[in-house]
Ligand binder design. Sequence first.
Ligand code: PEP
Ligand code: MN
Length: 337
Amino acid sequence: MIIVLKPDATEKQIKHIEERIKKLGLKPWASKGIERTIIGIIGEEDVLRIQPLEAFPGVEKVLTILKPYKLASRDFKKEDTIIDVKGVKIGGPKIVVIAGPCAVENEKTLLSIAKEVKSAGATMLRGGAFKPRTSPYSFQGLGEEGLKILARVGREVNMPVVTEVMDTRDIELVEKYADMIQIGARNMQNFNLLKEVGKSKKPVVLKRGMSATIKELLMSAEYILSNGNFQVALCERGIRTFEEATRNTMDISAIPIIKQLSHLPVMADPSHATGKWDLVGSMTKASIVAGCDALLIEVHSNPEEALSDGSQSLKPDNFAILMQELKTLTTAIGRKI
Ligand code: PEP
Ligand code: MN
């Protein structure tokens, strides 16, 4: 249920409504828009049936949100959410490009990749230290050492860094080094992990599970939001279908659909979606035209020797060519990069 307040509702009236909701054992979440405030109510709403909420001073109308996700929905917040990762704004007119290797391998390689992607126009650096690998015999990431390298390199090139957390026990550690926390596709429905990052102050990128519907992705976002963290970006990274020509099938339509259903910024990851470096450019462009707010692109200076995801990693020179092409494209559609 959401309570839409009158444009001239006072702070005192808002407080009063919030207090009454709390007394009923429910959680109020106020969203202050440009014109008016909306209060979302979370919890067993049945008790509200007997409360004449419309009669409260300052209330314009009371609406029932039929969708199972509430805080993540556009009904709750009309304006786009813009999240702030150490000064980099995701969700505004500028499309944010996050680039870097799949995994942090060593400081020298990461620093050279970071310098190249930065000079090509990327604004954030990615790199995994805890890697969710299909095989237990594959490289699992450098753990804390990888986080330290990532943070040092990020500082040196002055780029905020994003890295994945796979386990609730590592959240505190990852928070220490990362500017943005990634929840990977395989953990999209790890509800304990979602609840814990919901208590974090760090922005989160939540990747779509490989067999998850858009509704399930939004329900997972709801776990994070309802625990207090509203700084969430949703990432389309391809889903599993019968098609074998690509690693996953990139669901481009998910981008405008999520933008319709939710106020949260939308990211696209053409690297994991295709699994092939020579498809990354076209899927990046398609994602931009479809309305994404940020891109997650894997880049490696020597993809042949990469410890993970080499086949989908762009070489820095190809990444720079793509960034040039994107300038023309974004200008044509009235956005910046
Ligand atoms: C990654 O970003 O390196 C990754 C493992 O992504 P996903 O969870 O989308 O597979
Ligand atoms: Mn990867």
